[in-house]
Design a protein around this ligand. Structure first.
Ligand code: SAM
Length: 281
């Protein structure tokens, strides 16, 4: 990974919201990985790339192989007790983590990306996005010697109930989700306010753009009406219904306010009492 944490006079305060960096509001994310370039490239484009250019996010990769000893710079060994696969050695990881910590005085939340971790949610992303520093550890092979995890890790995070071959994709997911929540990272057009899981935790409503008429269908009339109150009501209803249908695990009907109940009741009436009907406009 390219080190963009080294102060670069040209990057220090390019313009406008880049003052975030100068005021110390930029989040710093260090990643310990055998493939630091992977995460660097994943974080080079789009919203995240722009956030880095603006100094809202700084990143640095740390390769444990650079801290391994011997001609072969070994970073793994066979598991005690036998069995398949290899386990990442304590020392190269410990040295890489120590070097990363020492690179900045701000305290870092140290996170091991792991299928055994707590699931990454938008609420967790918000929590992480508010911190000054993250230090992400990516495993490979069968994982990391448990003693290192016990001694060095604040928390383990999983991006889903499946097993990846390494933690880099998972770390890239954290970097992306955290970076887009930094102040100034999103323009109005990309605002996170209406996104799924934000606010009261509902899924986002469907979106349409030109043309109005297409052989795949017509844009719902309400969105063309210019009636902002009706548009807001329609969008809210769509969010409610989508969440109910697609993610009933996130939907707590008993906690809905009066207005939401009315929207849901209206939708159910339209469905002829069939609460599992479609959400189409
Ligand atoms: N033996 C481990 C287990 O079953 O829990 C899986 C090791 S996995 C092949 C190698 C590395 O990929 C892990 O150390 C972890 O860093 C990363 N990884 C795999 N699945 C992940 C997931 N769902 N979320 C986050 N990281 C994951």
């Amino acid at each position: 990974m390219t080190s963009d944490t080294t102060p670069n006079p040209e990057d220090a305060a390019p313009a406008g919201d880049t003052q975030a960096s100068a005021r110390g509001r930029a989040i710093r994310i260090d990643v310990v990985s055998l493939f630091p370039d992977f995460i660097d490239q994943a974080a080079a484009v789009g919203v995240v790339g722009r956030a880095r250019e603006r100094g809202l996010l700084t990143m640095q990769g740390w390769n444990p192989r650079d801290y391994a000893e011997g001609n072969y710079r070994r970073v793994d060994d066979r598991p005690f007790g036998g069995g398949p696969g290899m386990v990442m050695l304590i020392e190269p990881l410990r040295a890489a983590l120590a070097a990363a910590r020492a690179a900045d005085p701000a305290p870092a939340r140290v996170i091991y990306m792991s299928p055994q971790g707590r699931p990454l949610t938008q609420a967790k992303v918000r929590e992480l996005a508010a911190l000054p520093r993250l230090l992400l550890l990516c495993g490979r092979y069968e994982g990391v010697d448990e003693r290192l995890l016990q001694a060095e890790i604040d928390e383990e995070l999983s991006i889903g109930d499946y097993v990846l071959s390494g933690g880099e994709l998972a770390a890239a997911v954290v970097v992306d989700a955290v970076a887009r929540l930094q102040d100034g990272a999103l323009g109005d057009a990309e605002s996170a306010v209406q996104d799924s899981f934000e606010g009261d935790g509902l899924l986002d409503c469907p979106h349409y753009t030109r043309p109005v008429e297409h052989d795949l269908g017509r844009v719902p009339d309400v969105l063309l009406s210019g009636n902002h109150a009706e548009i807001a009501k329609w969008r809210r209803q769509q969010s409610l219904v989508r969440t109910l249908e697609r993610r009933p695990d996130l939907f707590d009907e008993s906690s809905l306010g009066k207005a939401d109940r009315r929207l849901l009741a209206a939708w159910r009436a339209e469905q002829g009492g069939d609460a599992t009907g479609g959400t189409g406009g």
